[in-house]
Design a protein. Structure first.
Length: 242
């Protein structure tokens, strides 16, 4: 496991922000644009605030950046549990990202319709199978990533890029989700998984041991880099040689 461990969440965030900036500069240099998929949940909040701060925001190629989401809760975009709203409040409203470069999953639409529309949006933007320059992900205490929960049907279907993931058991929120599938996550040039806090220590150790029952253990970009960034609390159960 390509894992970097940091003493605290703020040093983890600093490194994550640096990696994202590097990925953005490289993508724009090589291809003229940076296609980024954001994570939801609580862990990225500190990171999004950091990216919005002037010293970093002023160096970021926002005009060439397109923002997508790895997953979304099936709620309206102004709902407190919307991943779009969290990123918009903490980052997108504070940086000069062209509005037409924000590609949110439509949580307010009927889920299967929203999944089909997002798949079409991806096909149009990428001209075929989506290959993101960078996908940010988190890790749930049950081993999910994005909204690929254990036993989510269709999570590894190569012909589907966006699926509807029912979610009626913890961890909360217990709402249906939309999620990119494993083939899309593993097609990315870079995947960064952010893991913070003592509550994630047991599940991160299980992922490190390769527990194949966990969707997060199936992250393996075929032609890309996978980087796990954890704070010391989340990495507390990781043994040095794992
Ligand atoms: C979501 C996220 C989800 C998240 C994990 C970790 O929609 O909830 O995309 O995959 O990354 O559940 O969540 P925390 O960062 O809140 O622990």
């Amino acid at each position: 496991m390509n894992l970097l461990v940091f003493p605290d969440p703020s040093s983890l965030v600093e490194q994550a922000a640096d990696h994202i900036l590097q990925a953005a500069e490289e993508a724009v240099r090589q291809r003229g644009c940076f296609n980024l998929a954001l994570a939801g949940g609580n862990t990225p909040r500190m990171l999004y605030r950091r990216l919005a701060e002037p010293d970093l925001a002023s160096r970021f190629p926002w005009a060439q950046t397109h923002v997508f989401w790895g997953d979304e809760r099936c709620v309206p975009p102004d709902h407190p549990e919307s991943n779009y709203r969290m990123a918009a409040d903490l980052l997108l409203q504070h940086v000069p990202l062209p509005p037409e470069h924000i590609h949110r999953m439509e949580g307010e639409q009927p889920p299967h319709q929203a999944a089909a529309r997002y798949q079409a949006r991806l096909a149009e933007h990428f001209g075929g199978r989506p290959r993101f320059d960078l996908i940010l992900l988190g890790l749930g205490e049950d081993g999910h990533t994005a909204s690929l929960f254990p036993n989510t049907p269709g999570m590894d279907d190569p012909d589907r890029w966006v699926i509807v993931a029912p979610h009626d058991s913890p961890p909360p929120p217990l709402v249906t989700r939309l999620s990119l599938t494993l083939p899309v996550l593993n097609a990315a040039r870079r995947v960064i998984v952010l893991v913070s806090g003592a509550s994630k220590a047991p599940i991160l150790a299980r992922v490190a041991q390769g527990d194949s029952t966990l969707p997060a253990a199936h992250l393996q970009p075929a032609e890309g880099d996978l980087l796990w960034l954890a704070d010391s609390q989340a990495a507390a159960h990781i043994h040095p040689n794992s």
